[in-house]
Design a protein around this ligand. Structure first.
Ligand code: LMR
Length: 400
């Protein structure tokens, strides 16, 4: 065969999270457990259709609206709802119309549009991520043209935050460095900053003229919708420009609809309107405009007090069950005499737990027991249930 222009294409590695999820699906073992991808499953091991989504979707179908194009920025009511969720109803940011919000293809899409936008306006685009972080943060920002570094975050010795190092690292950054922060439910560790620690981080960002970019993919999975936005509210109070990537994949169990939002907080309304125009051109040149289905559902819920109540209940149910599973796994490991104490899992927030298992131990979990986890030792606790938790604990005990 003649030489091909694709001869130079090297096989890319499978994605460390999505690749594993695909592998899990083809594993024939009946007792397999998927702790790899961040997806919430019910006690029956199913991805739920939330009550609120079911209701909103039925309303949507009954309305029989045509499947026309959305505006480039998405469903208008979505932007209003997202800003209230992030900043609180009475926020000056909302009153002064200082934020530009666009609908995005999940939280990943929000990060990508934000990264493209920033890359275009920064002279030497540099971003830093927490060590460790969700692997895709690095990929997204590098692909957009950023140099990506890291700041200290997790302290392996204590299982807490390496706070002094974190602050020192942030203090060393040059003006206009983009600091990617997990607003709540840190992925992969499940270890969050306290409110006082957030205040310190905000101070350093203000002083160093850094650009905070908060990723809030799990709002509602930590302590509640309002509580989980506490970090964002601190940045809002500081009156500096910052960006937020919201995801509704998990909080509405709308994974496949790819629904999220990017919000850019500006100095004033005029600036926000210029920023919005630029975000729109970024989107137009990428995928033209966002899909409708998830956007309409989330917008409906966020703008209807009755549906909002149902959503709060749905979220609470998921949050409480994850906490119960944290407790159940830690207790079971203790009961069966695991060599290590896993009590720390109970304090971690959100879907994930950083187990402290080595890549070799994680490999054994998969090979010998069909228990899939990310190589870093991250477990998605949200896929545990009362039927698979004992088996999972036994498998962990065996590989320690
Ligand atoms: C995860 O971290 O597992 C989720 O955010 C899913 C993903 O896209 O990686």
């Amino acid at each position: 065969m003649a030489d091909s222009i694709f001869d130079v294409v090297k096989q890319a590695p499978d994605d460390p999270i999505l690749g594993l999820n695909e592998e899990f699906k083809t594993d024939p073992r009946e007792n397999k457990v998927n702790l790899s991808i961040g997806v919430y499953c019910t006690e029956e091991g199913k991805v739920p259709l939330l009550n609120v989504v079911d209701t909103a979707e039925k309303q949507m179908v009954a309305e029989g609206a045509p499947h026309t194009y959305l505006p480039i920025s998405g469903v208008p009511a979505l932007a209003t709802g997202v800003q209230k969720l992030l900043f609180g109803e009475d926020s000056p940011i909302i009153k002064e119309k200082r934020a530009a919000t666009v609908q995005s293809l999940g939280g990943t899409g929000a990060l990508k549009v934000g990264a493209d936008f920033l890359c275009d306006i920064l002279e030497k685009p540099k971003a830093v991520v927490s060590a460790p972080t969700w692997q895709n943060h690095v990929a997204i920002f590098e692909q957009a043209g950023f140099k990506v570094g890291s700041y200290a975050y997790y302290d392996k010795e204590t299982g807490g935050i390496a706070f002094k190092k974190l602050i020192d690292d942030l203090k060393d950054l040059k003006k206009d460095t983009v600091v990617i922060l997990h607003a709540c439910c840190h992925n992969p560790t499940g270890v969050d900053l306290s409110l006082d620690q957030w205040k310190e981080v905000v101070k350093v960002c203000v002083k160093g003229k850094l650009i905070p970019f908060l990723d809030i993919a799990y709002q509602g999975f930590g302590d509640g919708l309002e509580e989980d936005a506490a970090s964002i509210r601190e940045f809002a109070k500081a009156g500096i420009p910052f960006l937020v990537a919201s995801s509704f994949s998990k909080s509405f169990s709308l994974y496949g609809e790819r629904i999220g939002a990017l919000t850019v907080v500006c100095n004033n309304q005029e600036e926000a309107s210029r920023v919005m125009s630029k975000l729109k051109s970024c989107i137009r040149a990428n995928y033209s405009n966002p899909p409708m289905h998830g956007g309409v559902i989330v917008a409906k819920v966020l703008s209807d007090p009755e549906l909002l109540k149902v959503w709060h209940e749905d979220l609470k149910e998921m949050r409480v069950r994850i906490k119960q599973m944290r407790r159940a796994l830690a207790d079971e490991l203790k009961t069966i005499g695991a060599k290590k104490d896993f009590e720390f899992m109970v304090k971690q927030k959100g879907m994930f737990s950083f187990s402290g298992l080595s890549p070799e131990q994680v490999q054994r979990l998969k090979d010998e027991f069909g228990v899939y986890a990310v190589k870093s030792g991250r477990f998605c606790i949200a896929s545990l249930n009362t039927k698979n938790v004992k088996y999972t604990a036994k498998a962990i005990k065996e590989v320690l």
